[in-house]
Ligand binder design. Structure first.
Ligand SMILES: Cc1cc2nc3c(=O)[nH]c(=O)nc-3n(C[C@H](O)[C@H](O)[C@H](O)COP(=O)(O)OP(=O)(O)OC[C@H]3O[C@@H](n4cnc5c(N)ncnc54)[C@H](O)[C@@H]3O)c2cc1C
Length: 294
């Protein structure tokens, strides 16, 4: 398996060993070109990409405008360079923590340009405070065309997600199913990892039964195997997706047979994203340790 498709770009200007060790593993680099290069390398191995410009919870309109113009340039680069890449936008990086109307205006601008250039736009899902408005934003902009050009992420740790999924599927929306990466209270989310996974498998089965097109985004091998086995009997437009730096060797190994995407973040605001990955990495280590301890 050629390592060049797996290695992140070493040109990323990270100064401390901690940053190099963790952020460098998960993030393509500080610049848009780093993400495009990584996408091209993955494309050569049959893997599609979802490119995300890092940054979230912006309160300053200057930051949101930087994000919008970066996505516009990114869409142009994807289109002109014939790169197999979607983009993923965080609602609070385009203004959802400033005002709903402001975020809607920015989302429209990105979506309109992406539609003209044939680039698919994902709305990432953030903490529960933004779930209602993110779904509203998505459904208000979902075109009635059969060929969909925008999708939304839904988290299986939220108790409300079954209702949300059915509402979105009824409108023919495209869902990317994840377990969920934010710290949420027990009153709204399943706290126990086993319950989160059980709900993930229920929601996945719901998607196979009722949706035409969706993405199963996880590194959980049991969930991936379940998705592949359901797909063999139900033949849906299902794609698998993983994060840059996690199980990418496995992604490469199945890319000839399966439709696989890797989510590739880039930019200099790497801290929040890396902290979420670090928390998951430490959860994974605790689980492995518990298997070997008495
Ligand atoms: C394409 C994609 C897009 C996503 N978008 C969003 C989003 O918009 N909103 C959101 O809340 N979440 C998002 N996530 C993150 C997701 O919610 C989970 O937090 C993350 O994927 C870990 O959960 P898991 O499904 O891999 O299962 P887990 O049970 O957490 O992990 C399963 C196994 O994967 C491996 N693993 C998981 N994480 C790591 C790690 N950091 N390092 C090394 N190994 C690891 C371990 O072997 C672990 O046992 C996204 C994930 C993917 C793959």
């Amino acid at each position: 398996m050629p390592d060049t498709a797996l290695d992140s770009d070493s040109s990323m200007p990270l100064n401390f060993s901690f940053e190099k060790l963790f952020a460098g593993k998960w993030i393509a680099g500080a610049h848009m070109e780093d993400a495009i290069d990584r996408a091209r390398r993955l494309n050569r191995h049959g893997i599609g990409t979802i490119l995300n410009y890092l940054g979230e919870d912006f309160k300053d309109k200057k930051d949101t405008q930087d994000a919008v113009s970066t996505y516009i340039s990114l869409i142009k680069k994807i289109h002109d360079g014939n790169v197999r890449a979607d983009i993923a936008v965080k609602p609070t990086q385009i203004g959802l923590s400033i005002s709903y109307m402001y975020a809607a205006k920015n989302y429209s601008a990105i979506l309109e340009y992406a539609r003209k250039n044939g680039v698919f736009v994902w709305l990432d899902m953030e903490s529960h405070r933004y779930v209602e408005d993110t779904i509203k934003l998505y459904l208000e902009h979902l075109s009635s065309h059969k060929k969909k050009d925008t999708g939304i992420c839904i988290q299986s740790y939220l108790r409300r997600s079954r209702r949300d999924i059915s509402k979105i599927v009824k409108r023919n929306g495209v869902i990317r199913l994840v377990k969920g990466a934010y710290k949420e209270s027990d009153s709204i989310a399943y706290a126990n990892r086993a319950e989160v996974t059980e709900n993930y498998s229920k929601l996945m089965k719901y998607l196979f039964a009722h949706a035409d097109r969706f993405t199963i985004a996880t590194h959980d091998m049991k969930m991936i195997e379940l998705a592949l086995s359901l797909d063999r009997s139900m033949h849906k437009d299902m794609t698998l997706a993983m994060l840059n730096g996690i199980r990418n060797r496995y992604a490469l190994s199945i890319a000839k047979k399966e439709n696989v995407y890797i989510y590739v973040p880039f930019g200099s605001r790497w801290v929040d994203y890396s902290i979420r990955r670090l928390r998951e990495l430490s959860n994974a280590v605790i689980i492995v340790r518990s298997l070997f301890s008495r």
